[in-house]
Design a protein around this ligand. Structure first.
Ligand SMILES: [Fe+2]
Length: 285
């Protein structure tokens, strides 16, 4: 019995579960990617004009990093908030979009930020960065279809592209609508500044995974490099294609680079005929 998933060069990775025995699924040939050069121009122009969000500054406190790489999270905002005195907590609270949401919340609770009870405002994130040195790997983050909770990302019920997205990303949205989903529940631009890297983490606990979540990552500029991390072998497997799907319950991160780069991640539910087709292509290969 083969152990672990296989990379395109035929190597086996015991610490990576993958999809149908593969570290990742290259869907480049399954999609029409002709529009990517135009989309790249559109995304870059939009990123130049829009206020950008930041994300990913609390991977260590979320407990989603591999033990061997937790130091790479550098300064984590939940750890910072837990260490604050009353005056600093008050400064942070004053920067909230809705300071009342902070009433009765214990700073020690860790209930702040993404996936938590009290969301942090753009001003709060910025203050955590400039005053406390929090490291946000993704500083060029734009939500085209916002989601409050990670667990909502596959369902399109009651969701639309934001008005800002419709104004700045019309070609991108038209392209996303051509992708093989029966519903889209989340769509984000994930940009990283030069010299930043995406901290290694996983999006869920494999012990709790029933099926692999459906999503496609698109890299219009072709220069953002994701890798899967094998904690058993202590090695990275790089993904080098412009459109792919992987098991996000495997550890993954983004390779550093000397320039800004981004990808677009689209989550939802695949069209069953697309899923059958790629399964026929990849399973047992
Ligand atoms: Fe992730």
């Amino acid at each position: 019995m083969m152990v672990g998933a296989q990379s395109p060069d035929g190597r086996r990775w015991p610490g990576i579960k993958g999809i149908w025995g593969h570290v990742y699924i290259d869907v480049t040939r399954e999609l029409n990617l002709e529009a990517l050069p135009e989309i790249h121009e559109e995304v870059c122009l939009a990123l130049a004009q829009l206020p950008l969000d930041m994300t990913g500054g609390s991977h260590r406190s979320m407990g989603i990093m591999p033990a061997s790489r937790v130091d790479e999270a550098l300064v984590d905002y939940v750890e910072v908030i837990r260490s604050m005195g009353p005056a600093e907590v008050e400064t942070l609270r004053s920067l909230a979009d809705d300071p009342r949401a902070w009433e009765g919340v214990d700073p020690q609770s860790g209930d702040f930020g993404e996936e938590r009870k009290v969301p942090l405002s753009r001003r709060q994130l910025a203050w955590l960065k400039v005053r406390h040195g929090v490291y946000f790997p993704w500083k060029g983050y734009v939500e085209l279809i916002p989601n409050r909770l990670w667990t909502d990302k596959s369902s399109g019920t009651g969701k639309t592209f934001t008005r800002t997205a419709q104004a700045f990303f019309p070609k991108t949205i038209a392209f996303v609508k051509t992708l093989p989903f029966v519903e889209v529940g989340r769509c984000n631009v994930m940009g990283l500044e030069a010299f930043d890297y995406g901290t290694v983490h996983r999006d869920g606990d494999p012990a709790e995974q029933k099926d692999v979540d459906h999503f496609i990552t698109i890299v219009p500029g072709g220069d953002k490099e994701l890798f899967l991390w094998d904690e058993t072998l202590q090695q990275e497997v790089r993904v080098n294609c412009q459109a792919y799907w992987f098991n996000d319950f495997d550890y993954h991160g983004v390779v550093t680079s000397n320039r800004f780069r981004y990808s677009i991640r689209v989550d939802g539910r695949f069209d069953p005929s697309f899923l059958e087709r790629i399964e026929r292509t990849w399973r047992g290969r």
